[in-house]
Design a protein around this ligand. Structure first.
Ligand code: GLN
Length: 514
């Protein structure tokens, strides 16, 4: 079975690259040069990268080749990796796809980045995303959208769209993404690759540019579940620099991938799937569930009665936390600062209080934020500030937190008792990738793309998206499985077993095959 994953038709994987480099069948430098060459030929069409660090990557690869005995046994030796541009990389600019941080060069590495490099991975660049990870299509990047490798006029999903596109286009076999409401899983689904949001606390958030701190989590995007497990082994685990990182022991996640799912119980929230899901998506999900059942898993009906509130609860909690996290971008400590005197009022503010009422400092704050943030980020800050303000706090923020608890209880109930399930299945996205531009004028429509993904963040539970089919127009569809807290092993076992029986992850997108 394992050898099946390595057929050349399926392309390179993290494991195959790692094993080749380890066996000295290829040098880390050769692997790195090949990845950089793919960026050069493909990225002009995809725009998956904000920054490419060719020289730095080649220098690291050369160091691995030179000092090979030191690196040989590291779990990701020689594996080229792309990192979402909201994770700090020492000496390499980290923008969060915002004008605000366009020239920000962090003096330190995110823990996940540090662990990847210590494992022998070679970072080739920083991937494009929605500004401050707010969006579902990658169209909110201040540097322009990412294009889906399966259809260049389509969105790749968001917000880790650059990471998903880079893996789908086989530029790198592995990328890091971050997921606050679906930003790893949804782009993975729309680009036909695997995306894992680990349990909240499983991976350190140190060095991740904060969006909503009670929801944010870093995770891998890869083409196989096995590769995602290899990457999780490396990035998971407690970190003294992130007080919310969990002390839980980190098992070898690849050891769980036995292919044996006999006796596993998979919950299916049928009521949730009845409305608003593209028929081709629901058909693919049902077929995927039959496949898992034929391997010995049992399908069980589950109820998630509060799931219908997940979107409003998420957009209240996430914006409230964002308004607080983004207060730090004031032009004083780092990032963009509006030049003094250059006080063109932002659109729509011409009739606000006369500037004589503002101190020079106040004007600088206002201008910096007016010009540094894009429209979606401003919308979130305003919404979040509103729901936290005196008089509205109880009605919105507090209420949202209460309903968040009810959503959590739905899941806890499904995962416990005599009828307990091991995972809950649903689509990752209600539709395949939509056209670039199709939803930009309709934020609500955009938010509804997250209907199946936000609950895993509100509850903190791990969830994975795995390719499960193609729509008639050739666009990928993803199956989402949500698991028990800290049971990524069980979750990945199911997803891997499914991948062993299916070929959906194998075909390369047209941009690769030509
Ligand atoms: N689409 C969601 C949002 O815009 C999720 C974003 C994310 O996971 N970072 O908030």
């Amino acid at each position: 079975m394992t050898s099946d994953r390595m057929t050349t038709s399926a392309g390179i994987t993290v494991r195959s690259v790692r094993d080749d480099v380890r066996a000295r069948a290829r040098s880390a430098s050769d692997v790195c040069r090949a990845a950089l060459a793919r960026i050069e030929s493909l990225d002009p069409h995809l725009h998956a990268f904000n920054t490419v660090v060719g020289e730095r990557a080649l220098a690291r690869a050369a160091e691995i080749d030179r000092d090979f005995d030191r690196w040989r046994d590291r779990p990701l030796v020689g594996v080229p990796v792309a990192v979402k541009d909201n994770m700090c990389t020492r000496g390499v600019r980290t923008t969060a796809s915002s004008r605000m941080l366009e020239h920000y060069v962090p003096p330190y590495d995110a823990t996940a980045v540090e662990r990847l490099e210590a494992a022998g991975a070679v970072i080739v660049g920083k991937t494009n995303c929605d500004e401050f990870s707010m969006g579902s299509s990658n169209e909110n990047s201040a540097f322009g959208p990412v294009h889906n490798p399966w259809a260049l006029d389509r969105i790749p999903g968001g917000t880790s769209g650059g990471s998903a596109a880079a893996v789908a286009a086989r530029i790198t076999p592995l990328a890091l993404g971050s997921d606050t409401g679906g930003s790893i899983r949804q782009p993975a689904s729309l680009c036909g690759v695997v995306g894992l949001k680990p349990t909240y606390g499983r991976v350190s958030r140190y060095g991740l540019i904060a969006f909503a701190s009670s929801l944010d989590q870093i995770g891998p995007i890869a083409r196989t579940v096995d590769d995602a497990a290899l990457a999780l082994n490396v990035i998971a685990g407690a970190d003294p620099r992130d007080a919310t990182s969990a002390p839980e022991a980190v098992p070898d996640f690849t050891a769980a991938l036995t292919g044996d799912v006999r006796g596993a119980r998979i919950g299916v929230p049928r009521a949730l799937l009845e409305h608003g899901v593209d028929v081709q998506v629901s058909r693919a999900i049902m077929t995927a569930l039959d496949t898992l059942a034929s391997r010995g898993a049992t399908l069980v009906d589950v109820q998630l009665p509060h799931a219908e509130y997940a979107i409003p609860v998420y957009y209240l909690v996430a914006t409230a936390e964002a308004s607080s996290n983004l207060a730090r971008y004031d032009g004083v400590r780092y990032g963009f600062r509006a030049a003094p005197g250059a006080s063109h009022p932002a659109p729509g503010t011409q009739h606000s209080a006369p500037s004589t009422q503002h101190s020079a400092l106040g004007t600088m704050y206002a201008q910096t934020r007016a010009r540094g943030f894009g429209p979606e980020v401003k919308r979130r800050i305003m919404l979040g500030t509103y729901v936290l303000s005196a008089g509205y706090y109880d009605a919105y923020y507090l209420k949202a937190q209460q309903v968040r608890t009810l959503i959590l209880r739905d899941y806890e109930q499904a995962f416990s008792g005599a009828d307990a399930v091991d995972a809950i299945a649903m689509p990752t996205s209600p539709t395949p990738a939509f056209k670039i531009g199709e939803r930009v004028d309709d934020p609500l429509q955009m938010y509804l793309a997250d209907v199946f993904t936000v609950s895993a963040n509100l509850t903190g539970l791990p969830a994975v998206s795995v390719p499960c089919g193609f729509a008639d127009n050739g666009l990928p569809i993803g199956l989402q499985l949500t698991g028990r807290r800290f049971d990524e092993a069980g979750l990945l076992r199911l997803a891997d077993a499914y991948q062993r029986d299916t070929e959906w992850w194998k075909p390369a997108p047209p941009i690769v095959t030509g």
